[in-house]
Design a protein around this ligand. Sequence first.
Ligand code: F6R
Length: 606
Amino acid sequence: MCGIFGCLLEDGHAAKVILEGLKKLEYRGYDSVGIATLDARGIHVKKDKGKIAEVEARLSLSSLPGNLGIGHTRWATHGAPSQVNAHPHTDCTGAIAVVHNGVIENFMQLRSELEGRGHKFKSATDTEVIAHLVEEGIARGLPFLKAVIEAVKVIDGSYAIAVISVKEPDTIICARKESPLVIGIGDRTLYCASDIPAILPYTRKVAVIEDGEVVVLSKAGFKILKLDGTPVSRAPFIVQWSAEEAERGGYPHFMLKEIFEQPLAIKNTLRVPKVYLKLSSTILSDSKRLFLVAAGTSYHAGLAASYMLSSLAHISSTPVIASEFISLCNNTIDEETVVLAISQSGETADTLSAVRCAKEQGAKILSITNVVGSSITRLSDIYICTQAGPEVGVAATKTFTTQLTTLALLAIHVSMDRGLLTTSEAQELLDNLHKVPGFVDRTLKETEPLVKKVSDLYCNKNSFYFLGRGISVATALEGALKLKEISYIHAEGYPAGESKHGPIALIEDGFPCVFVAPPDETRANIVGNIMEMMARGAHIIALASEDDKEIEELSTHFLPMPREVYKYFTPIVYITPLQLLAYYSAVTLGYDPDKPRNLAKSVTVL
Ligand code: F6R
């Protein structure tokens, strides 16, 4: 996730306006920033690694000349945060500049083709291919608009782009596919941006650009077209939200916004280049000992992954809570050990100290993180980045489901590489995984009203149990963690089979027990566990397949889940109503779910 902003003023200083716009978008990424403006002398670019205020103080981005320009605040996906990788990116001649939010899946192939035709690349980003593709179009004699259209036609993946060219110095061309893009219509001024809050200080008149559309911003006004050139008529609307509401996309809290962003975050995460999966899969297959090391929510992702790896890839792994790793594993690490570290921030002190300890003893380090350039990525032999974008709410939501998505992809690839899945079996699993964003979307919409009712009824209880079997133990643990950290209700997650060995003693009339009960091989036993709890007066809140009439009848409250989710992907879908349960309980109790007490987004102490 990155932020893009562009503006075309009748006269005046575009760079100043762009800088202010980028500040509003900084929540979308903040590892580097840059602006390109255009005047009679050509394109001027200033960019660097660092937060907007730091880079502005160093380079004075806002002093760039010209009344037209584009800017970018970056959340690195391809290429570490650095001056050369910061946007805008330019073509070989410096006559075209591009900013981009999204991921270009086929950039390696496009880059090698462009290099083969003599183009010189300066950065390691996927975005730079766009500048060179537009350059080629213009060199072939195409008008600027046609050159941009031809460029986006060969791109696979997601993008919201803004492009400027000396060829048409009064024009900004934008295009969108699966990354957000809005335009703002002022009084003889035009703006483009990743979201509405960036534009609100200048105008409330906005048009939202849809997938597969291109927009031309020029002195003549704005024009929206489809990629085949068909004009699109779109009446702008007047934004009624306050600036503060607009930053949360109209949601009352970031946590809720981020819960509902999960379908898109998962979709983007599924775009991980295959080469990373291949390299990671080889490391995992060759390991003699595999530890999955993480803290908190990320540990729950690691726990789920241990079930995926053992079932799909026949690889035994030990999930270890990061702060326990050295005490538990120190004497068992050698060169044949692999540590798969999972951390959304990439900065958790417990996880870093485990990774450093393992690395010193020769272990290979593989990591999954949401932050390129974080400490964990620098210590890793190879890392995969989830594409959740910045998570503002302290409670991990979209970073958890994107970690699970990456781990599921990895398990499928290891299984394929070990010859345990035929190509068609693997394809079937991949097809199911690609449907998960849709399953999550449906689940959130269908269960939200039911979850609201459950939270109203039970948020005054002192205690909750969350129970599951098999891979659903991870979902149960995570559901309990979410509830306790956000709503301050005591909640325990347990393997359901273990509940009769002690926890059941606490059950009394009306005690809320959440059962995570997907239709896998653990279902029959979990029905038995539900009966045990019911017999002692517990109220059963069950998450089970929508067609599971038996569990529905046993439940006090039934949350129907999509039937088609493959059994090892269920945590990605089943956790989402439990995130909502934590959220609505906190809100009903009057707590701020974005800033739970005593917690920090990144825990950098041991
Ligand atoms: C819970 C939560 C924490 C983190 C934990 C590890 O909602 O956010 O439990 O999961 O502090 O953080 P990362 O993943 O950054 O290593």
